[in-house]
Design a binder for this molecule. Structure first.
Ligand SMILES: NC(=O)c1ccc[n+]([C@@H]2O[C@H](COP(=O)([O-])OP(=O)(O)OC[C@H]3O[C@@H](n4cnc5c(N)ncnc54)[C@H](OP(=O)(O)O)[C@@H]3O)[C@@H](O)[C@H]2O)c1
Length: 284
């Protein structure tokens, strides 16, 4: 199998891309930020010269949604400049670039699942910088790159919603979780395997696809499912609305993505989020 380069190693999604590639005995080079700063052209050039990858999976990003509001330059550097530099430095015509993006490029006001051609309208610094990254990749490398938008990634490693709920289940008798933000829970493990499937797929890459686990949920639904899977009483999780919770940055009310683009590209249909989350809880 071809050689792979994974950026942002140590991050939630990269960890599972690398794990899946190792299961397949693939030749993979995983670079942390210290080993490869995607916004530094010299660093990118040196790694590309050394590794000569056939597939680059860019998971590197500034992902702190709230902090980004006050650190716009840092968010822009990782989320917009980084993908642009990667796309510019990838001169090999046959090298594939899979670039991971987010539901935050949408405005979150829809009531039907977002498809790839729906108008974007990010409302946060994080979302605007991620959209700029998408646009840079598409402009610089219209062929041989694919934007993969995903949402509500959970399961770790690192802080994530499932582990937070499991911890709080042990610490508190009752907790309140918002019930008016609806999205597509997606485990990092399923996303990692999906990115590998995309990178190995024959034929031309689609320009942009959505990959999330199937179904939709509110954060409250997801919390209750985690409780249920952990053998705890889900009714200990009480629903509240977003107005009652002090989010530093507004969250999209609607983040459901359709994966029509994914299956139309001949890729495996994602499984329901409940099954994917059950695997995470079982492993804890
Ligand atoms: N998590 C979600 O819910 C979610 C939802 C939708 C889309 N996504 C997208 O999925 C992708 C992966 O997210 P994730 O959850 O795996 O994020 P993550 O755990 O925060 O990992 C991102 C990694 O990128 C690294 N990084 C930051 N700036 C970099 C740079 N300039 N060069 C190289 N590496 C850099 C970070 O290193 P440091 O830790 O040292 O900063 C971190 O290891 C991102 O594109 C994100 O936008 C995530």
């Amino acid at each position: 199998m071809s050689g792979w380069l994974v950026t942002g190693a140590g991050g939630q999604v990269a960890t599972h891309v690398v794990a899946r590639l190792r299961e397949l005995d693939a030749n993979v080079t995983a670079c942390s930020r210290a080993e490869l700063d995607i916004a530094d052209a010299a660093s990118v050039r040196a790694v590309l010269d050394r590794v000569q990858p056939d597939v680059v999976v860019n998971t590197a990003a500034y992902t702190k949604v709230d902090a980004a509001e006050n650190e716009a330059d840092a968010a822009h550097r990782a989320n917009a400049t980084g993908p642009q530099v990667l796309a510019e430095e990838l001169t090999g015509a046959s090298t594939r670039l899979l670039h991971v993006s987010t539901d935050y490029v949408f405005d979150g006001t829809a009531s039907a699942p977002y498809d790839v051609d729906d108008p974007t309208g990010p409302r946060t610094v994080y979302g605007r910088t991620k959209l700029a990254g998408e646009q840079a990749v598409r402009a610089q490398r219209p062929q041989g790159s694919c934007i993969v938008r995903t949402a509500w990634v959970c399961g770790g490693p690192g802080p994530n919603f499932i582990d937070t709920m499991l911890r709080l289940e042990g610490e508190r008798e009752r907790l309140t979780v918002v019930d008016d933000q609806i999205g597509s829970p997606t485990t990092a493990a399923d996303l990692g395997a999906a990115l590998v499937e995309l990178g190995r797929a024959p034929g031309d890459l689609p320009g942009i696809v959505h990959y999330v686990n199937a179904g939709q949920a509110s954060w409250c639904d997801l919390a209750r499912e985690v409780f249920r899977l952990a053998g705890a009483d889900p009714s200990r999780v009480e629903a509240i609305d977003s107005a009652s919770y002090a989010f530093a940055t507004p969250r999209p009310a609607w983040s459901v993505l359709t994966t029509r683009s994914w299956t139309a590209a001949g890729l495996s249909a994602p499984r329901p989020w409940q099954q994917a989350v059950a695997d995470v809880v079982r492993a804890r």
